[in-house]
Ligand binder design. Structure first.
Ligand code: C5P
Length: 228
């Protein structure tokens, strides 16, 4: 089995307000992106990593990741996350034409434990064509209308928060992106639009997405605990 991981890392990181692309914001001395790529490789299941970098930062990102070895490739990302994934997928099929499993992993989920990566790969290899790591939802979630008025309260026990890496049979992800109209917030959503089943495996709190300065402080604390 050949596994290729795509890492969309081309976002501007405006909600983080660090004045640079989020993937390049350091945590404990290393950029989020470096942590994310190292975590994928540490799973022992990933053969190639293709990073979609901010177009103006491709050379800088390639220099940054060169120490992680020749399995890591860097290409220019696009205007929306979906565009960055599609560009990375096209590139992956030239670097790894024999790939049968593809993971899509946000650079912002930089501290995802390698066990989660393995669980996703193993589920795809085991026959599930699309797999997402999930956690139960702690908060009650309301659906609201355009004016912010509550229109419903979905049964919390049936809700899950979705993380990455999301795993796919390569052909299914290609079909999902070819059929995609407009942007999606996750790749499994595109697969669902095709009417194909999406399976779940347990996620992990450390696979949280770093979006705000608060998240960055949490990530620093998690890593401080891990390193003792
Ligand atoms: O903005 P958000 O946190 O949802 O972004 C999720 C991931 O998608 C981040 O790793 C970000 O760098 C990436 N992204 C991208 N290209 C874009 C926008 C976001 O690769 N145009």
């Amino acid at each position: 089995v050949t596994v290729v991981a795509l890492v969309p890392a081309a976002g501007r990181g405006e909600r983080l307000g660090a004045g640079r692309p989020k993937a390049l914001v350091p945590v404990r001395g290393e950029p989020l992106l470096t942590h994310a790529v190292r975590g994928l490789l540490a799973s022992g299941r990933v053969d190639h990593v293709v990073v979609a970098a901010p177009p103006a930062e491709v050379d800088q990102v390639a220099d940054l990741l060169r120490p992680l070895g020749p399995a890591v490739h860097v290409v220019a990302g696009g205007g929306e996350r979906t565009d960055s994934v599609r560009l990375a997928l096209d590139a992956a099929l030239t670097f790894a034409p024999a790939a049968d499993v593809v993971l899509v992993h946000d650079a912002a989920r930089a501290f995802t434990p390698p066990e989660v990566v393995r669980a996703v790969v193993d589920a795809v290899v085991g026959g599930a064509p699309a797999v997402v790591p999930v956690l139960p939802v702690a908060d009650t979630v309301k659906q609201v209308d355009a004016d912010g008025r509550v229109v419903g309260t979905p049964d919390r026990s049936a809700l899950r928060a979705v993380q990455t890496p999301q795993g796919f049979a390569v052909d299914l992800l290609r079909r999902a992106h070819a059929a995609a109209e407009g942007a999606a917030t996750d790749d499994a959503g595109l697969v669902e639009r095709l009417g194909e089943p999406v399976a779940t495996v347990p996620g992990h709190p450390w696979a949280m997405k770093v979006t705000t300065p608060f998240d960055l402080a949490v990530a620093e604390a998690v890593l401080a605990g891990e390193e003792g």
